[in-house]
Design a protein around this ligand. Structure first.
Ligand code: CDP
Length: 222
């Protein structure tokens, strides 16, 4: 079984996807973390996104994996735990420009499809239902107002000890939404077969129940 969760920046996709993965006992993959890890590598190695030769060489040197650490999944870049670093404002402000690049997308989409060969999976991102897994059994498109999303992301970053402020977070998410929705390759779109969930006024538990009920009523998992 493949479950695709797409939606705007900071709309709670990964919280929802992790909760569902736990309830159903399936694998969760955070595709955004993979774009963030590539972005971190590009920043640390001064890879210019204007120079596609440099981009391709860099991609050939990048290995991304997920490993459980203290009960949660952490992103590893070339053997190093980068879970905290990839959430930094520095990475957030560059990731959408990196995610536009065709070689980056082709490499990461291939990796994402490989991950689904190993068993049932829930993956969140921007192009999961529209491009990575167009035949996914379940597709959800999550949204919430920009102000609510910014408030939630601010709290999340603060809880991780990352210094930022509401205006910076709001500006970043609007900036990424704009680039992600308008790029030519694999833009963020809601496909006709995706179920729209506006979680602006839903608690974490209410959102989980809503989506789980849909999955359980339409599939023989429990
Ligand atoms: O968690 P948040 O909504 O902030 O974003 P994310 O899921 O970590 O994704 C970070 C960025 O990666 C997005 O803004 C997109 O530019 C890019 N991305 C993408 O292009 N395609 C995906 N399937 C997932 C993320």
């Amino acid at each position: 079984m493949v479950i695709a969760i797409d939606g705007y920046s900071s709309c709670g996709k990964s919280t929802l996807a992790k909760d569902i993965a736990r309830e159903l006992g399936i694998t969760y993959v955070d595709s955004g973390a993979m774009y963030r890890a590539v972005t971190l590598y590009f920043i640390n190695h001064d890879v210019s996104i204007e120079n596609l030769d440099m981009v391709n060489i860099a991609l050939s040197k990048i290995a991304i994996e997920f490993h459980a650490v203290d009960g949660s999944l952490h992103t590893y870049l070339n053997g190093h735990d980068v879970e905290q670093e990839i959430r930094s404002p520095k990475v957030a402000s560059n990731v959408s420009e990196v995610a536009v690049l065709a070689p980056v997308r082709h490499r990461l989409v291939a990796l994402q499809r490989e991950m689904a060969n190993k068993g049932s999976i829930i993956m969140d991102g921007r192009d999961i239902g529209s491009n990575v897994f167009p035949t996914a059994e379940f597709k959800f498109f999550i949204t919430a107002t920009p102000e609510i999303r910014a408030q939630r992301r601010l709290l999340e970053l603060e809880s991780k000890g990352i210094t930022t402020n509401y205006q910076e977070v709001l500006a970043n998410l609007k900036h990424r939404d704009q680039i992600d929705s308008t790029r030519t390759l694999h833009p963020l779109i809601k496909t006709d077969d995706a179920i729209l969930v506006d979680n602006s006024n839903l608690s974490r538990q209410q959102q989980l129940k809503l989506v789980l009920d849909i999955i359980r009523n339409n599939h023989s998992v429990n």
